[in-house]
Design a protein around this ligand. Structure first.
Ligand code: 5GP
Length: 125
């Protein structure tokens, strides 16, 4: 079933993009902004977000232009390299919706590294 995506202009990452609240920025270009997660879950924990208004990875994949998609993932690669994650590896996570545990409704990729990051998914108790 096709989903209708409704973007909340007041979500916390929208405010970061608009410069209304600060972030610890590590990279910015036309397609992406990257900054340190406020509550890091690994020695290096960076969030990369598209500059366009997309709620989730499926919204982005469905509705973003080819240029935006390419630009965004080029930025992810640049950030990973710039932050020293590519040498020993890292994990990317894109939580989506309720079951995925997404808290902020602006598409973002977590980059986690700097040490082994543990099992991919915690088993429910
Ligand atoms: P999600 O659960 O949506 O995949 O991840 C949202 C992430 O955003 C969390 O890891 C959380 O720590 C981070 N976060 C929430 N609010 C802020 C903020 O104001 N600044 C920064 N830098 N990160 C935030």
């Amino acid at each position: 079933m096709a989903v209708t995506y409704t973007y909340d202009d007041e979500n916390i990452f929208a405010k970061i993009l608009k410069g209304e609240i600060p972030c610890n920025e590590v990279y910015r270009d036309e397609y992406a902004l990257a900054f340190h997660d406020i509550a890091p879950q690994a020695p290096t924990h960076i969030l990369v977000i598209p500059t366009g208004k997309y709620v989730s990875i499926d919204d982005f994949g469905t509705n973003a232009s080819a240029e935006e998609v390419t630009g965004f993932y080029k930025a992810v690669a640049k950030v990973a390299e710039q932050e020293g994650l590519t040498e020993n590896g890292f994990r990317t996570i894109a939580n989506t919706g309720d079951h995925g545990g997404q808290e902020v409704p602006h598409y973002h990729v977590h980059l986690l590294g700097g040490a082994k990051v543990g099992p991919m998914v915690m088993k429910a108790a």
